[in-house]
Write a protein that binds this ligand. Structure first.
Ligand SMILES: Nc1ccn([C@@H]2O[C@H](COP(=O)(O)OP(=O)(O)OP(=O)(O)O)[C@@H](O)[C@H]2O)c(=O)n1
Ligand SMILES: C[C@](O)(CO)[C@H](O)COP(=O)(O)O
Length: 257
């Protein structure tokens, strides 16, 4: 890969270790059907600011992230560009906007295709997880820097989980198993990747998946976890908006605003 003169990899003078540059791809092209009627989910307002802007800030708050690629709703790229231009970001962070696709997987691929050379670590972060703390972002990046090809933030489950058999609509679903909860994790974003591995996964793995790490699993590589965070929850249903507003109010209170 050729070098980008604006954002050269940094070298630690003490260790001589060169730190790979990190970009974040934010899929934000979903409609938000489960949230109910309204604007595309990423453009809905939380604490006075579109959800997407919170998500971009969450990535840009990490000093390691110098490029953010926002994957906008397919016909919404100009609107998203204007929104981003209206909100200040750290000077060290460039933001590129591309139109997204029909599925999350397709949107992530379009974001990856827009990445310039020189970024060897890629985070993929849902716009729908606007409140992930920077410490979680940094923990993911650190684990990729330490050599893991794919890293996911994960939390233990609070509920017991049942596996069911599909049933006709309105009919009760028979339970067929109760997996050992201690071995299960709820997985969040940002998920972090060695760029070449993630590109290979998107180029070779076929079939529907619900996250990017599972594509790397299908390549036969080991994905590792780092501790996730309760505030990195995904805004999916209407109650999640209430929760997100409450988290923001608590942050404002703690910051003295
Ligand atoms: N075609 C799509 C579908 C989803 N996403 C993004 O993938 C993330 C996770 O998806 P989800 O929370 O399921 O969002 P939606 O698809 O918008 O939700 P729903 O299924 O309720 O419509 C979101 O940031 C969403 O914008 C995307 O970029 N392109
Ligand atoms: C990527 C993800 O957020 C990890 O938990 C999740 O799989 C996205 O799923 P969705 O059904 O597209 O919201």
């Amino acid at each position: 890969m050729s070098a980008d003169p604006l954002h050269p990899p940094s070298t630690n003078p003490a260790s001589g270790r060169t730190t790979a540059r990190t970009a974040a791809v934010i899929p934000a092209a979903g409609r938000g059907v489960r949230l109910g009627p309204g604007a595309p989910k990423a453009l809905r307002v939380l604490g006075g600011m579109p959800m997407l802007i919170h998500a971009v800030h969450a990535m840009a708050d990490s000093r390691a992230v110098s490029l953010v690629v926002v994957v906008a709703p397919p016909d919404g790229a100009p609107e998203v560009r204007s929104l981003l231009d209206a909100h200040a970001l750290p000077e060290r962070t460039d933001v590129v906007v591309v139109p997204g696709g029909e599925s999350r997987q397709e949107s992530v691929k379009l974001g990856l295709d827009a990445l310039p050379p020189g970024y060897d670590i890629v985070l993929v972060h849902d716009a729908a997880r606007p409140l992930v703390p920077v410490d979680t972002v940094d923990a993911v990046i650190e684990a990729v820097r330490d050599g893991a090809p794919a890293v996911v933030p994960a939390l233990p489950l609070a509920d017991t989980v049942k596996q069911v058999e599909p049933a006709a609509p309105g009919e009760p679903e028979p339970v067929v198993a109760t997996p050992d909860r201690s071995l299960l994790r709820a997985v969040q974003t940002p998920q972090g990747f060695d760029r070449a591995t993630l590109v290979r996964a998107h180029e070779t793995v076929r079939g529907d998946v619900t996250d990017d790490a599972s594509m790397v699993e299908q390549l036969g590589l080991t994905v590792v976890t780092v501790p996730g965070h309760e505030e990195a929850f995904k805004v999916t249903r209407p109650l999640d908006m209430v929760l997100a507003e409450a988290v923001l109010a608590r942050r404002r209170h703690n910051d003295g605003f």
